[in-house]
Design a protein around this ligand. Structure first.
Ligand code: CA
Length: 256
């Protein structure tokens, strides 16, 4: 079996398809393309890609449905390409399973940066070569700088095994949701701004000063909304995810 990472581009617009294909090829991927949703789902089954870019507006099935179908058998990193920023609003309720969203027209380097950040994260625990060495040091509660284990108000997160358990039940989070939750557990009661969290998802330092667009921040809101829903957390009386209006998010206080 080849070690090359595999990318799949699902896009009906020829020019965008070729642009994305070029970006992924330059990033070292073996790239396949599909020009419809049905073709894309089939290709995803056949080639087991690491990364999928998915156009929202496809001629047959829309990108949300394609993403849901692919999620049934794949943990590929899915980047949804949408035509307008406003469409992000509709993503909140849809839980399509996409990890990231980019609005067209996007800059190729933006796509490249996101894919590079994602490839630095472990893909899954089933591949031991990618899992960090067993971290036995238990970081009790929040505020630990270690990437390890966190336990807060009935939620347990293990970074090394990429698992989140809430009241004894294992959660099925996307990679992006996992990273956001981890960032908040790590920060404890310190507020993380939306820009901080965008940078975290890009795997950049918090103070690097790179450009953050409004759409990037909206995308964090979308993921937080989905995460909250999956955890069954309440925005009014949060157990974990507390919104700091106009700023960002932080971990809710510990229950006693
Ligand atoms: Ca399209």
């Amino acid at each position: 079996m080849s070690d090359a990472r595999v990318g799949l581009v699902i896009e009906d617009d020829h020019d965008i398809r070729e642009l994305v294909r070029t970006v992924l090829s330059q990033a070292g991927f073996d790239v396949s393309v599909a020009s419809s949703g049905a073709e894309g789902v089939l290709a995803a089954k056949n080639i087991n890609p690491d990364v999928i870019t998915l156009d929202l507006g496809l001629p047959d099935i829309d990108g949300f449905e394609v993403s849901r179908q692919i999620r049934e058998f794949s943990d590929a990193y899915i980047v949804m390409l949408t035509a307008r920023t406003e469409e992000l609003d509709t993503l909140i309720g849809l839980e399509s399973g996409a990890d990231d969203y980019l609005t067209k027209p996007f800059r190729p380097r933006e796509l490249r940066a996101r894919i590079a950040a994602m490839m630095r994260r472990p893909r899954s625990v089933s591949d031991p070569s990618e899992a960090p060495p067993a971290a036995d040091a238990q970081a009790e509660g929040a505020g630990s700088p270690e990437r390890g284990n966190f336990s807060h108000n009935g939620l347990e997160l293990s970074y090394s095994s990429r698992t989140v358990v809430v009241d004894g039940k294992e959660m099925n989070l996307t990679r992006t949701e996992f990273e956001l939750l981890h960032a908040l557990l790590e920060a404890g009661r310190t507020v993380r701004t939306k820009s901080d969290l965008v940078r975290r998802l890009r795997d950049e330092d918090y103070d690097v000063g790179s450009y953050i667009s409004e759409a990037d921040e909206r995308s964090v809101e979308v993921h937080m909304g989905n995460l909250r829903k999956k955890l069954g957390d309440s925005p009014q009386k949060p157990r974990w995810l507390q919104t700091v209006r106009g700023v960002g998010y932080r971990l809710a206080p510990g229950e006693h």
